[in-house]
Design a binder for this molecule. Structure first.
Ligand code: ATP
Ligand code: MG
Length: 397
């Protein structure tokens, strides 16, 4: 019965000229989210409201599911948009709405009218009373409850008349693109896709970088990362993914440095390379899936050692999350099933049995001097040979 949605969004922090930036970004992300959905849609902005109208047949459930991925949306109201052809016609439209939407009439209701157009011949109170009376007359099983009704029937007198009674939850947050851009270190694990989702939720557009170590990590491991990026792209929009061949650097570290320091030193090189790409593409920070104490390389000391090489902020949105909490988010956003596929990960291939958990910065720096001869050239090559993949949300959800 519905051909349109009314989109409600948060207004905090969007006063003044930021407001239209926020709205334009929201409209852009809505259009992106609806692209793979069957049907054609028109997205319009009017008097601080965003409307989505289907032009012809469309897949309602799919459209709704896609809208529920758009950050910045607080509520989604399936709405009937009626032309204003006088009060008698409005009363008919409202009765038809109730009849179609609530076949079982053993319910309580309340009419809540808002007039954005003050020239309408009846006041909001008069409309409430008149429509309420007529509904009771047409559907004797209905009852009025002004305090806690089953059905809150909204009638809004705008350019068109809006009739709706449901608000489905959106994901909240801010539209992607309203808060700059960040570079996500995306591995095939559970954590980093969730970290990307959480930062994108705050309006940050994301690019990503994946460190690949062929032949130790397979094409399937790389494909898994692309698949994860596709899922994150449903929320974050298209993601420019850099795939860096990290094998030579990793082998060289393995050869020259103490094995228990391998993970930390590797992580430091990942950060350096990620920062290079971040600066090149105007990302304002790095994003990782680290959480304090989760593994040896994520103790406070290890994080400090990793951080030391970064000249731009490193955002770790999962820092205070337990693994179970991270898993819960990954299940909610749909990355979990892909993350747990068993393909090898470059960090697990050469891991030491007893990695340092409290790395000493002086010692780490000294170990890195063993790499002096070739590392600069290797980093340069890794950067120059990186592959860029533009990852779009999956077209068949
Ligand atoms: P994840 O589940 O994200 O893989 P993890 O718990 O396995 O995380 P680590 O392997 O210690 O943790 O990695 C910590 C963080 O470093 C990851 O969340 C990710 O941001 C980054 N990272 C690790 N390996 C890679 C990689 N091969 N490519 C890109 N980033 C990586
Ligand atoms: Mg990992």
């Amino acid at each position: 019965m519905f051909k349109a949605f009314l989109i409600k969004y948060g207004e905090i922090g969007i006063k003044g000229k930021n407001r239209h930036l926020f709205e334009d970004a929201l409209i852009r992300q809505i259009k992106y989210a609806l692209k793979p959905v069957e049907g054609e849609f028109q997205v319009t902005k009017e008097q601080g409201r965003i409307y989505i109208e289907a032009l012809g047949a469309f897949d309602y459930d799919e459209a709704l599911a896609s809208l529920q991925c758009v950050f910045g949306i607080v509520g989604i109201c399936p709405v009937v948009l009626a032309e204003d052809e006088g009060f008698e016609k409005l009363a008919e439209d409202v009765a038809a709405y109730m009849d179609a939407r609530y076949p079982d009439k053993r319910k309580t209701f309340k009419v809540e009218t808002r007039r954005a157009r003050k020239s309408y011949p009846l006041t909001s109170m008069e409309i409430n009373a008149e429509l309420g009376g007529r509904l009771l007359h047409t559907f004797p099983e209905l009852k009025v409850d002004v305090h806690n009704p089953d059905i809150m029937l909204h009638v809004e007198i705008r350019k068109k008349i809006n009739i709706y009674s449901e608000t489905l939850p959106g994901p909240g947050g801010m539209p992607v693109g309203t808060n700059g851009k960040g570079m996500l270190l995306l591995s095939g694990g559970i954590d980093s896709p969730v970290a990307g989702y959480m930062i994108a939720k705050r309006g940050v557009k994301i690019d990503a970088v994946y460190f690949h170590a062929p032949p130790y990590t397979s094409e399937r491991a790389k494909q898994k990362v692309v698949d994860l990026a596709k899922i994150v792209a449903k929320y974050a929009g298209p993601i420019y993914l850099k795939v860096v061949n990290f094998t030579d650097i990793q082998m060289y570290i393995y050869e020259k440095c103490p094995h228990e320091e391998l993970t930390i030193i590797m992580r430091r090189y990942m950060m350096r390379i990620a920062e290079h790409f971040a600066k090149e593409t105007n990302s304002l920070g790095l994003i990782t899936g680290e959480s304090i104490g989760q593994v040896a390389s994520q103790t406070m000391q290890s994080l400090a050692a990793t951080n030391e090489v970064c000249g731009i902020p490193v955002y770790r949105p999962l820092i205070g999350f337990d693994k179970q909490e991270i898993i819960a988010v990954s299940e909610k956003i749909g990355t979990y099933e892909t993350s747990i596929l068993p393909y090898e990960d470059c960090c697990t291939i050469f891991v030491a049995k007893h990695p340092v958990t409290k790395p000493n910065l002086k010692i780490i720096r000294r170990s890195e001097t063993h790499l002096q001869e070739k590392i600069k050239e290797m980093v340069k090559t890794a950067i120059e040979t990186a592959e860029t993949i533009i990852v779009e949300a999956d077209m068949d959800p």
